[in-house]
Design a protein around this ligand. Structure first.
Ligand code: NAP
Length: 292
């Protein structure tokens, strides 16, 4: 990535999927304090999507940015769209579906900018691969949004190589970020070629649910995480993020917790570099079998 403002030079990004369910953070001044505290910790990347709280996540975040002059310029935002939930489908089918049409994507970008109150989305990702995607038309819409300064970069989430390469071939700008599910609880992309294809194509990996939504800490690897964490002098969650960051391409974990004490612990543990046997021992204990 050549543009410094789209580069992930942080130990993890802050996922905003649970913001709408956290009423203690909903007052704009309170959320502005929370955001400012994260910025002061060096954490500037915030991960949104229009479907988080049916747009409430982005709205709350935008209200906080407006309440604190100067804050909007300091944050870096990722947002995602293309998932249409049944309540948002005006057709008689009220069916959950994906919409990557140029009109939908362009509107989604404009609406996200308005809700968040920022001048651009540093990364905008197509949230899910749409089997009906017209790559030329969608690619043109993304190129135009980048050229207009509305996006720092376009990217994808949860795509297979065939789908992102079809889109990329139709675009003049590079697809930069790729958000995929990746953790000790979900290591499949490391063994089915998806992860290799992604970094081979020069995309910047973002690992969503890097703690498996919490399951990594309670699942089969729990006891080894506890003992290794103690030996390394870090927290089990910090160790689980180090496991993700050890991969080539250094995936950026997108964490879900909004709790300041947990975030502070993960910052403290961010320098841990895992050796190869420790990494494989954790993989083995999470999967319940050794590698072939
Ligand atoms: N692109 C996509 O398709 C996609 C899909 C899903 C999610 N995402 C993104 O990924 C983000 C993270 O997802 P996630 O919530 O599943 O992530 P996660 O970080 O894997 O899991 C967060 C959960 O772990 C719990 N947890 C327990 N102990 C913890 C500890 N010591 N430290 C930190 N957390 C601990 C948290 O509880 P507390 O909240 O009580 O701390 C929270 O419930 C979302 O916010 C969203 O931005 C993207």
């Amino acid at each position: 990535m050549s543009d410094a403002s789209t580069t992930f030079d942080v130990p993890f990004a802050l996922g905003m999927m649970a913001l709408h369910e956290s009423p203690a953070l909903h007052a704009p001044e309170v959320l502005a304090d929370w955001i400012e505290a994260r910025l002061d910790q060096g954490l500037c990347w915030f991960d949104h999507a229009d479907i988080y709280g049916d747009r409430a996540g982005e709205q709350l975040f935008g209200q906080a940015l407006r309440a604190r002059p100067g804050l909007a310029r300091r944050v870096r935002v990722v947002s995602k769209a293309t998932i249409v939930v049944p309540a948002r489908d005006a057709s008689p089918f009220a069916v959950k579906h994906y919409d990557s049409s140029p009109a939908y994507v362009t509107r989604a970008i404009d609406d996200a900018l308005a809700r968040l109150g920022v001048e651009r989305l540093d990364h905008f990702l197509l949230h899910r691969p749409d089997p009906l995607m017209d790559a030329e038309a969608t690619g043109r819409a993304l190129d135009e949004a980048i050229a207009a300064g509305k996006l720092g970069a376009a990217g994808v989430s949860n795509f297979l190589p065939e789908a992102w390469r079809r889109l990329q071939a139709a675009m003049s700008h590079r697809l930069v970020a790729h958000q995929l599910q990746l953790s000790l609880d979900h290591a499949a992309p490391l063994f089915d070629g998806r992860y290799d294809a992604l970094i081979g194509d020069g995309q910047a990996p973002m690992a969503w649910s890097p703690l498996g939504g919490g399951r990594v800490l309670t699942g089969p690897a729990r006891s080894l995480l506890l003992s290794q964490a103690e030996a390394f002098g870090v927290s089990p969650a910090g160790l689980a993020l180090a496991w993700v960051r050890a991969l080539p391409g250094r995936p950026l974990p997108v964490i879900g917790s909004l709790k300041p004490e947990r975030i502070a612990t993960l910052c403290r543990d961010a320098d841990l570099a895992l050796d190869r046997p420790s990494w494989f021992a954790l993989l083995e204990s999470a999967r319940g079998h050794e590698v072939a």
